[in-house]
Design a protein around this ligand. Structure first.
Ligand SMILES: Nc1ncnc2c1ncn2[C@@H]1O[C@H](COP(=O)(O)OP(=O)(O)OP(=O)(O)O)[C@@H](O)[C@H]1O
Ligand SMILES: [Mg+2]
Length: 487
């Protein structure tokens, strides 16, 4: 029906030419009336509007075309007979799109909209052109009833763009960036180098207290959906997490799980290679939205604690003044240190005015020694959530047993539960012992190995505590003797 009308309309277009000629022959007022009448006839026979979206616009690839392509890929499977599957460089999976000449009918708020895909080829006659290869011009056309024009150009096309972006984001390959000196197999031009991020950790495989895990997941979901909330309360859309705990308790693994959960890229910031505050700011400017900026082992990266400054102050001021010095004075004195990376520079990086450029960003610090960090660096608001990654408890062990041995219960679990209450062992050590050491590795053998290790750790711990007890008794006795001498 639409095609017949298109034909009819093209014939009527011929009539337009005649109208143009009439314009020159008849008086202006009369011509206006003929034109109005003509529009009514045209609308009666062909009440449609067509929008064309070209693949290239001003010699650049048209982003709108790409997003429509992605969007129609999800709609086309019901209507179109011919689809194309392509492997895009940046996509995780095959991208399906509409083949040329195909048609898809979409529906939005009860309104039907027709999409067509076209391709035209021309010989390349340009002077420097590659004469053997024809030029291809691709486009999509969107046809709809004129009465819905406002809704389509407003709401519908916005909906197509947003959906397209969301699908593209879901399918994109994650990347991990580093500011360390680039190696030949890393990509990127600016201050960051990147490779594809393919870490398999997820929240399912992360061994930790299930309540704490759920709390973190809920927090991440609220953050990722919080665009309107953050703008309502006037806060930059970012969130800080401090992960602390002994080595091997899963801090880095948690970062990978968060990145996979949100599908964000990771910027692994190595502070020791950052020259000064200006460079830090530039690095921040080059990060993108929907990303995680990570500073691992923040206590070791650089001397950012207030203590260093306090030591310096000690030489010049009396102790009382020193006691009073809080993080605010640290910040002030830091600012004077031009050409250096300072605590104040890092604080500004996290939540200064510049930190608001680029949205939906998470900043994560990890440390083994939370007590070594300046309180200003980790106060709530900068590091919104403090997450302790602790030694392996029974709940965490069960996750590891499921991951590594594929079992959810076993008679030996009871003994392991009891031992885990008595000894501190990291999930990393438990995981290592659960890993089958040969192809036929039976779960019992791995569990028995783990029990042996836990018992050994228990013996060592009790020996150490006995030693400590002895030395403290010795100390008390020596003190007693000295006391008597001076009495
Ligand atoms: N909570 C955990 N859940 C699952 N696997 C874990 C966990 N903790 C540790 N592991 C395992 O142990 C290995 C080391 O863990 P990870 O690097 O995450 O520890 P970390 O806390 O970052 O240690 P460090 O403080 O030394 O950087 C990981 O490869 C992982 O396989
Ligand atoms: Mg780590």
């Amino acid at each position: 029906m639409v095609d017949t009308l298109t034909e009819l309309c093209s014939k009527l277009a011929g009539l337009m030419f005649i109208l143009g000629t009439i314009q020159q022959l008849v008086p202006r007022s009369f011509y206006k009336r003929i034109k109005a009448l003509w529009h009514r006839i045209e609308n009666y026979f062909y009440p449609y509007v067509q929008i064309t979206i070209d693949e290239y616009s001003n010699n650049k690839r048209n982003e709108v075309y790409s997003l429509i392509k992605v969007y129609l890929g999800t709609k086309s499977t019901n209507d179109a007979k011919y689809l194309k599957a392509e492997m895009f460089k940046k996509s995780k999976s095959l991208a399906v799109s509409l083949d040329e000449g195909e048609e898809v009918i979409d529906e939005f708020h009860g309104v039907k909209l027709k999409w067509n895909s076209y391709k035209e080829t021309f010989p390349d006659n340009s002077p420097g052109g590659r004469s053997q290869l024809p030029i291809e011009k691709k486009c999509y056309t969107l046809t709809f009833d004129k009465k819905n024009q406002d809704m389509v150009t407003g709401q519908y096309l916005r909906h197509v763009m947003e959906e397209g972006k969301a699908i593209e984001f879901k399918n994109k390959k994650q990347k991990i960036y580093s500011n360390e000196e680039g190696e030949w197999h890393w990509y990127g031009k600016g201050m960051w180098r990147h490779i594809n991020f393919e870490h398999p950790a997820t929240f399912d495989t992360l061994a930790m207290d299930p309540t704490k895990k759920e709390e973190i997941i809920n927090d991440l979901v609220a953050f990722s959906k919080g665009k309107d909330y953050y703008s309502k309360v006037g806060k930059a859309w970012k969130r800080g997490y401090l992960l602390y705990g002994p080595p091997g308790t899963g801090k880095s693994t948690m970062i990978a799980a968060i990145a996979n959960f949100l599908n964000y890229d990771i910027y692994d910031l190595e502070l020791t290679t950052v020259k000064d505050n200006l460079e830090l700011k530039k690095l921040l400017m080059e990060t993108t939205s929907k990303s995680i900026i990570v500073i691992e082992d923040v206590d070791c990266s650089i001397d950012l604690t207030g203590k260093r400054k306090k030591k310096k102050k000690k030489e010049t001021t009396n102790e009382e003044e020193e006691e009073d010095s809080d993080s605010t004075t640290e910040k002030k004195s830091d600012k004077n240190e031009s050409g250096k990376l300072t605590l104040s520079g890092l604080l500004n990086f996290i939540d200064g005015i510049w930190s608001a450029c680029g949205q939906e960003r998470i900043i994560i610090f990890t440390t083994n020694h939370v007590d070594k960090l300046d309180p200003a660096l980790i106060r709530r608001g900068r590091m919104d959530m403090h997450i302790e990654m602790s030694y392996c408890k029974y709940e965490a062990f069960k996750v590891l047993a499921k991951n590594y041995l594929g079992i959810e219960t076993h008679p030996l679990f009871q003994e392991i539960q009891r031992l885990l209450q008595e000894v501190d062992v990291s999930p990393c050590d438990v995981a290592e012992n659960l890993m089958p050491k040969n192809a036929s590795g039976k779960p019992e053998i791995c569990l028995e190995n783990l029990i042996k290790v836990l018992k050994k750790a228990k013996r060592k711990a009790s020996l150490n505590s006995q030693k400590n007890k002895k030395s403290s008794t010795k100390l008390v006795k020596t003190y007693g003797r000295f006391k008597k001498l001076f009495e």
